[in-house]
Design a protein around this ligand. Structure first.
Ligand code: BG6
Length: 492
């Protein structure tokens, strides 16, 4: 088993917000990796742009530092690095004035057919102004594609506005709304497991699945992002996008193909089938929390308010929800969702918990029988494990054991799992929108999230405090245990 390079057409990519965190930590290293792998055509060009005045040399030196800081030393080769750096150029532009746009236009040159990727790694307020300038400078050519990062709005109304602004200049089939969770290796594997095996699909419904858990737990706090984060909170930052997208991939009907609209149509149906959570049931179905000082990764850490530098804030840094999908396949199967900052460990996983056996033929001496679980681990230690009951080997009577069947192959075959951004950027170049969110999906997700935000607001209950380094407020444990279930632990 080897990784394979799929050739792409020559392209130019222009990264707006090139001096920012996303570009420096993710985009530049991802582009280096693809170049190192031999996927970037010889004449492809990479332009960085931002408001800051910077020379080409300064930009290239900074890009080199980004690669050295964020790429494993074993993946850095001088020849690849030199080739990569030679593709880079910097053009200063100001999204809100005419400054620099003629220079960008001159640098790109006139080539109607060439694939152009405009990657907006900027604040969303700049999406509209940037698109407008691109259009007025004749840069929205027939093969130009627009990539936008979340947040796409703060609610349904503002998402509409952002999408309208973008839509004035770029048709939907050339807009790529990134949700980097969709580019993660194991998320791809979920599609393979479900649709390339006959084994799971017949069981993939309420008759055989008891419930599903989706956990995205982080140990980091909000740190330097506190300013943005305080206007968002965990529901907007993680659930509206990443977690709902994961839920869609678990719950969607088999699409007719992996074509972009075939997949996105099915995801949209799931979003539209989510049972509304509003004032009537919000207390029962949701838990919000905010971290206090505590310990994380062995050291003492400050609380959210101290990081924020404010005496109070109602923003949640943790949320747990019980979601339900009102359709034939999933009626009565709860999807427990939780995410938070400063939790006990960094783990993102989807747990599909099958129903218990209907009757045990074993006597008490055999030990307890746990239900089968399929655990799709996104990070760390990406992989898939199917938990099964087996007989404890050897003599000594019938004793049962709960063991994981490990289906993680990347390590065994020495394959490097690419970062989500590597796959996603190349998908944009290829013109493949399957792993990007369509406008109606984003808006359907807000349609479900908005009433939760409103209900919380009218409740005026502050988020429940939790100590950093724990699994969140105890109410999150109660949320699932009330139903006679528990959050999955890997050695369960
Ligand atoms: C981002 C959120 O979209 O995803 C961050 O804005 C979060 O708050 C991050 O930390 C998590 O991504 P990953 O890939 O590290 O799990």
């Amino acid at each position: 088993m080897v990784s394979r390079i799929v050739e792409v057409d020559p392209f130019d990519i222009v990264v707006f917000g090139a001096t920012g965190d996303l570009s420096r930590r993710k985009l530049i290293p991802a582009l280096y990796h693809r170049d190192h792998a031999g996927q970037v055509p010889a004449d492809a060009r990479i332009f960085g742009t931002a408001r800051r005045h910077m020379t080409n040399e300064e930009f290239v030196a900074d890009a080199k530092k980004c690669v050295l800081d964020h790429v494993k030393a074993t993946d850095i080769e001088t020849a690849s690095l030199d080739r990569f750096l030679a593709r880079l150029a910097y053009v200063g532009t100001d999204a809100t004035s005419a400054e620099g746009w003629d220079d960008l236009s001159a640098a790109l040159g006139r080539d109607e057919e060439r694939v152009r990727v405009y990657y907006l790694a900027t604040a969303p307020e700049l999406f509209g102004p940037i698109c407008e300038r691109l259009a007025s400078h004749g840069l929205v050519t027939s093969n130009a594609r627009l990539v936008v990062e979340k947040p796409i709005g703060k609610n349904l109304e503002s998402a509409h506005q952002v999408n309208d602004q973008i839509g004035k200049y770029f048709p939907e089939e050339r807009v790529y709304r990134i949700d980097h969770y969709l580019g993660k290796e194991t998320v791809q594997n979920l599609m393979a497991l479900r649709f390339a095996n006959a084994l799971f699909e017949p069981l993939w419904n309420s008759a055989h699945i008891d419930h599903v858990q989706i956990t995205v737990a982080e140990t980091l706090g909000v740190e330097s992002r506190a300013g943005y984060y305080d206007t968002a909170g965990a529901l907007r930052d993680m659930v509206q996008n990443h977690i709902l997208q994961l839920l869609c991939l678990v719950a969607m009907e088999p699409p007719t193909s992996l074509g972009a609209d075939a997949v996105r149509d099915e995801k949209l149906k799931v979003l539209k089938s989510l049972k509304p959570v509003d004032e009537a049931n919000v207390d029962l179905l949701t838990v919000r929390g905010q971290y206090k000082a505590g310990a994380s990764a062995g050291g003492a850490v400050a609380g959210y308010l101290e990081e924020l530098g404010k005496p109070s804030s109602e923003t949640e840094t943790f949320v747990a929800l019980k979601a339900e999908i009102n359709n034939w396949r999933w009626a009565g199967v709860p999807f427990y969702l939780r995410t938070g900052k400063r939790l006990a460990s960094r783990v993102s996983e989807i747990v599909v918990a099958f129903r218990h056996i209907p009757h045990s033929v074993f006597d008490g001496g055999a030990g307890p029988i746990s239900n089968n679980r399929l655990v799709i681990r996104l990070q760390p230690d990406e992989g898939v494990r199917l938990w099964l009951m087996i007989k404890d080997p050897g003599p000594g009577g019938m004793r049962l054991q709960y063991v994981p069947l490990d289906m993680s192959f990347a390590e065994a075959f020495g394959v490097r799992n690419p970062d989500a951004y590597e796959r996603l950027i190349m998908d944009v170049v290829r013109g493949n929108q399957t792993l990007f969110m369509r406008r109606d999906e984003v808006e359907a997700a807000w349609t479900w999230v908005d009433p939760i935000l409103e209900a919380w607001k009218s409740r005026r209950e502050p988020p429940k405090p939790y100590v950093s380094g724990t699994w969140g407020p105890s109410a999150a444990v109660a949320l699932i245990e009330r139903d006679g279930r528990t959050w999955h632990e890997d050695d369960a």
